[in-house]
Design a protein around this ligand. Structure first.
Ligand code: 5AD
Ligand code: FES
Length: 341
């Protein structure tokens, strides 16, 4: 029998055992689905993502956007193009816009400020996902109306973090996430499953960190080796372990907003549907305009490429209905209070 209390108390030995075993999955999935229903309900929130620049100064070993990758056609959308996209998204009735990019200093404090000011006029929630920036910038953008900030912690195992991120440390990443929290952002963390050298204990640490931070949003996806990176020969994460981690995250942080991620949908045609059945309550349709979209290639096999620009909206709504859930109509802020049964 699964000891749900031990999971919620993030007992590291027990979590490691449960993650490694794989024998508890049926119970984990069932429990996660019940907790999802009880704490966040039947609504699945849509977050439209605009990947506005694939230029990056960082060197993360797993990522196709790393500065050292010369096999990628780089692009930057102009502020006008980004705002135009945001207008289209608002017209489609989606209430959250995620602005995501590599760590690209071309977009100065002022440019990001301008984007926030203009996009907030559209009556949408704004999520920034642009990597590590200055604490003062985080403050300014929050004051201008940015609502949320996504910055996965990638792995909470400090040695593994250091190996994967030249010039960065888990301590530093943690400090940024705590600052975002302190400033009042809904703060998103999360990690990859199946990183080279990652152990079940490391994954238990990831869950413990999500709880410690009280992450408002939790993005979990399989690591998918990219042929244009130093990790090209690594194995990558599998569907079952990734679903197990998503479900455990739901049990550990019951009210968090948890997406069924694009990477999950990229390793299995029904990956996101399983995600929604086993604890996830968010889906992120890709609204990056063509011709840019295929160039935001973090990993190979990324879905939603070469589609009609807006096709993912109908596709994700259909997906939500197909698993018996309901398309959320509001902004989809984190639920503060426990729902009644
Ligand atoms: N496989 C899976 N996910 C990846 N990411 C970056 N590179 C890869 C990869 N090769 C994830 C990271 C990052 C998010 C935007 O994409 O977790 O935070
Ligand atoms: Fe993008 Fe289905 S969600 S095509």
């Amino acid at each position: 029998m699964l000891d749900v209390k031990k999971i919620q108390n993030v007992d590291l030995d027990y979590l490691t055992h449960v993650i490694k075993s794989g024998k508890y999955d049926e119970e984990i999935f069932k429990t996660a689905d019940e907790i999802r229903r009880k704490y966040v309900g039947e609504e699945v929130h849509l977050r439209a993502i605009i990947e506005f620049s694939n230029i990056c100064t960082q060197h993360c070993l797993y990522c196709g956007l790393r500065a050292d990758n010369k096999n990628l056609q780089r692009y930057r959308m102009s502020p006008e193009e980004i705002i135009e996209r945001a207008r289209l998204i608002a017209k489609l009735g989606i209430k959250t816009i995620v602005l995501q990019s590599g760590e690209d200093p071309y977009y100065t404090t002022e440019i990001i400020s301008h984007l926030i000011t203009e996009i907030k006029k559209l009556d949408v929630a704004i999520t920034l996902s642009i990597g590590e920036r200055g604490f003062e910038e985080y403050r300014i953008w929050k004051e201008l109306g940015a609502d949320r900030y996504l910055m996965r912690h990638e792995t909470a195992a400090p040695e593994l973090y250091a190996k994967l991120h030249p010039n960065d440390s888990f301590e530093n990443r943690k400090a940024h996430l705590y600052e975002l929290k302190r400033l009042g952002y809904e703060t998103g963390a999360g990690f990859m499953v199946g990183l080279p050298g990652q152990t079940a204990y490391d994954l238990a640490l990831d869950l413990a960190f999500l709880k410690e931070l009280d992450a408002d949003m939790i993005g979990i996806g399989p690591f998918i080796p990219n042929p244009d990176t130093p990790l090209k020969d690594a194995k990558g994460g599998d569907l079952q372990t990734t679903l197990r981690m998503i479900a455990l995250a739901r049990i550990v942080v019951p009210t968090a907003n948890i997406p069924a991620t694009t990477a999950l949908g990229s390793i299995n045609p029904f990956g996101r549907q399983y995600g929604l059945k086993y604890g996830a309550n968010v889906i992120m349709p890709n609204l990056t305009p063509n011709p840019y979209r295929p160039n935001y290639s973090l990993y190979p096999g990324k879905i939603c490429l070469f589609e009609r620009d807006t096709a993912c909206v109908e596709c994700t709504k259909q997906m939500i209905r197909s698993v018996g859930l309901v398309v959320g109509e509001g902004y989809g802020y984190r639920k503060k209070t426990e729902m009644s049964e």
